[in-house]
Design a protein around this ligand. Structure first.
Ligand code: PRP
Ligand code: URA
Length: 196
């Protein structure tokens, strides 16, 4: 589901000269491992877990988390998929048109499962609100949890993450850019002044 490593950064992911690195690739890996341990502890194992990444970078993170969970738990690869939220956004009328991305639900479905939504950045919470709507169209999980690599604050809705790689207090005027090997060809988290 992710693009190969060798493709290099696509045109949309330039290295920003004003960016400050807040997570290195090692720190991203450590954050994901910690999230995996937290999920297993909270869930008392990997039973009934389904990971759904939110495109675009949430999908690569979900795939990686699924591998770490299986490795730590010594079990078969966990079901992982992707959940497109495009048509459920509440700003459809105000944003440039975005093409829907892929929704891929694992064969086991989501009914009665513990679904972990995975995304790279949590900010206003509107993406996750849309994800909950999109998920409701697909079935009725027993529980839904949220794992994010970076929580930068500034929520506009009553939404919180259950598992966070890094809490990063930011100002409204900043932007947090996550770049992942499979998606961008490089891997780090950068905080950009005046990004919004
Ligand atoms: O909490 P929110 O205010 O909704 O912001 C968080 C979302 O913003 C980014 O996605 P974006 O819409 O920029 O698309 P991308 O994943 O393609 O970068 C990020 O990947 C999260 O999904
Ligand atoms: O800073 C932000 C805000 C929303 N989404 C991001 O990816 N970064």
């Amino acid at each position: 589901m992710t693009r190969p490593d060798s493709s290099g950064p696509p045109a949309g992911s330039p290295v920003d000269p004003h960016g400050r690195t807040v997570l290195s690739s090692n720190e991203i890996a450590r954050g994901l491992r910690r999230i995996a341990h937290e999920i297993l502890e909270h869930n008392k194992g990997a039973a009934d877990l389904v990971l759904l990444g939110i495109p675009s970078r949430g999908v690569e993170l979900a795939e990686r988390l699924a591998l770490i969970l299986a490795e730590v738990e010594g079990c078969d690869p966990l079901p992982v998929g992707s959940l497109d939220i495009t048509m459920h956004r509440d700003d459809l009328r105000h944003q440039p048109t975005r093409s829907p991305m892929r929704t891929v639900i694992p064969d086991c479905g989501v009914d009665d499962k513990i679904v972990v939504l995975v995304d790279d950045v949590l900010y206003s919470g509107r993406t996750i609100r849309a994800a909950l709507d999109a998920l409701a169209d697909l079935g009725r999980p027993r529980a839904v949890r949220l794992a994010v690599l970076v929580d930068r604050g500034h929520r506009e809705l009553p939404i919180r993450a259950d598992h966070v790689g890094k809490n990063l207090p930011t100002s409204h005027s900043e932007k947090v850019q996550v770049r992942l090997r499979g998606h961008d060809g490089v891997e780090d988290v950068v905080r950009i002044s005046g990004g919004n």
